[in-house]
Design a protein around this ligand. Structure first.
Ligand code: PAF
Length: 281
């Protein structure tokens, strides 16, 4: 496995890789969710490139950026064991040199949900993902369903800017108790960790109702809110039931939806979601 830190080195290595090339962009501190993206890319491509870059422009709060967990030597070990071909670990100055002045903005769908609560977040994501796509030039790129809105935004970006890249989405990997894997989970105290599965349980309660035939958006959303309200240590930021493509909030009888939430436990902000798929018939 080759580890490179500059765009020039990455380009030279990329030119030698057999096609198709799969790409997994990450911010490091890898967990089983990231490794699932890597596994899929290794399975479906002749070569796999992974980036590790904690992108400062997508953090709306300085304390969150500073507290974001990092362990690059461990990440590199895990990626080597997995069989990755190239790892790109640039410094901030390599990605954003003095004078950097461009922002990629995807409009509409970035104003809601995460975008409404984390100003500028998706401008940071869209800009860094565009840069990484131009640098790595993969045939396919892999993103986790955990960041459902990010997937929608990246697909729009790829279509609008004509990146010749196929976006593949990989389902959420969960702990045995349902908690969605996240690099932020390590910041929870034992007490916080113990109540964190409530987030999944709340979504799952609505999913069960959906499977039983409940189609009223307000009822489904309420089921999530009621379960979360039973746990006073959870501070809910939003519960949403939205159109899976436009991310506009739904009401009345629905045919399909994306149920998602963001909540604080202690000083850690967690997100999770469950798709409510259309009926088969
Ligand atoms: O999902 C993430 O880890 C980040 O948003 C990404 C896609 C690596 C861009 O920094």
């Amino acid at each position: 496995m080759q580890v490179c830190r500059t765009i020039e080195e990455l380009r030279a290595l990329r030119a030698q890789l057999p096609a198709p090339v799969g790409f997994v962009p990450t911010m490091g501190y890898l967990h089983a969710g990231h490794l699932e993206l890597v596994r899929r890319s290794l399975l479906e491509n002749a070569a796999t490139v992974v980036s590790i870059f904690v992108n400062p422009t997508q953090f709306d709060r300085k304390d969150d950026l500073e507290a974001y967990p990092r362990d690059v030597p461990r990440d590199i070990r895990l990626l080597e064991e997995a069989g990755v071909d190239v790892v790109f670990v640039p410094e901030v100055e390599e990605m954003y040199p003095n004078g950097f002045a461009t922002t990629v903005h995807v409009s509409g769908m970035t104003d809601v949900l995460e975008g409404a609560h984390r100003p500028g977040h998706f401008d940071g994501v869209a800009t860094v993902v565009s840069k990484l796509f131009n640098i790595v030039q993969p045939d396919r790129a892999y993103f986790g369903q955990k960041d459902a809105q990010q997937v929608v935004v990246v697909k729009r970006l790829v279509a609008d800017l004509n990146f010749p890249i196929e976006i593949r989405t990989v389902p959420i990997v969960r702990e045995h108790d349902g908690l969605a894997l996240s690099s932020r989970n390590v910041r929870l105290s034992p007490h916080g960790r113990a109540i964190a599965p409530t987030l999944y349980q709340a979504l799952h309660a609505a999913e069960e109702a959906w499977v039983q035939g409940e189609r009223r958006a307000e009822v489904l959303r309420n089921l999530v809110e009621e379960r979360l309200a039973q746990e006073p240590a959870i501070r809910v930021e939003y519960v949403s039931l939205a159109d899976p493509e436009t991310l506009q909030e739904l009401s009345g009888e629905i045919e399909a939806g994306l149920l998602s939430l963001a909540a604080w436990i202690e000083n850690v902000r967690l997100i999770d979601n469950i798709p409510l798929p259309p009926s088969k018939e």
